[in-house]
Design a binder for this molecule. Structure first.
Ligand code: ZN
Length: 92
């Protein structure tokens, strides 16, 4: 029995810095904590309450970011449509 902390976070401080977003159930490493939380909720079952809450928060943030992206994409399409319409009208 070792009294040191598990190898989840102790050996990652000195070298790479951002390596503390490992999945605790498989060996995948994520660049951001919310990516890991989304992976946990989608790929693994029997999560702890904290992991389920983190997944719900990450999913809500992801859906909000997707909604903003969709509005931006729609706005860009509308602008492109009117630019082509004006170019067509000017060419007549
Ligand atoms: Zn995993």
């Amino acid at each position: 029995m070792t009294d040191a902390s598990p190898d989840t976070a102790a050996d990652t401080d000195a070298g790479t810095g951002e390596r503390d977003h490992d999945c605790p159930y498989c060996d995948r490493v994520f660049a951001r904590a919310d990516y890991r939380d989304l992976h946990l909720g989608l790929e693994h079952e029997n999560l702890t309450d904290a992991e389920q809450a983190a997944f719900a928060d990450a999913r809500e943030a992801e859906e909000e970011a997707l909604t903003i992206f969709r509005y931006k994409a729609l706005g860009l399409l509308v602008v492109a449509y009117f630019l082509f319409l004006m170019a067509y009208a000017a060419s007549l």
